[in-house]
Design a protein. Structure first.
Length: 85
């Protein structure tokens, strides 16, 4: 696997930073990270933010959820949330 690009690394760091500022168990939306990294064109960053969250799941750092339940990041459809492990 190749190392993440600067953009990928920025999104991963932003996800962890945003979650670190929240209460234990709190979640964020991938759009929160996309908006923080690129406020003007955040919609273009949404899939990259979801991919960054998937990588963080694989590293055991976060969990992706839907309806408050942990989900398999390879099978998600629709809105998701991200929380620290």
């Amino acid at each position: 696997m190749s190392p993440p690009s600067e953009e990928d690394a920025a999104l991963e760091a932003t996800i962890l930073e945003l979650l670190g500022k929240r209460a234990a168990g709190a979640t964020i939306c991938p759009s929160d990270a996309a908006r923080a990294v690129s406020p003007d064109d955040w919609r273009d960053w949404m899939e990259a933010a979801r991919d960054a969250a998937r990588r963080l799941v694989a590293q055991g750092k976060v969990t992706m959820t839907q309806g408050g339940e942990a989900i398999d990041p390879t099978t998600i459809h629709g809105p998701i949330r991200i929380r620290l492990n």
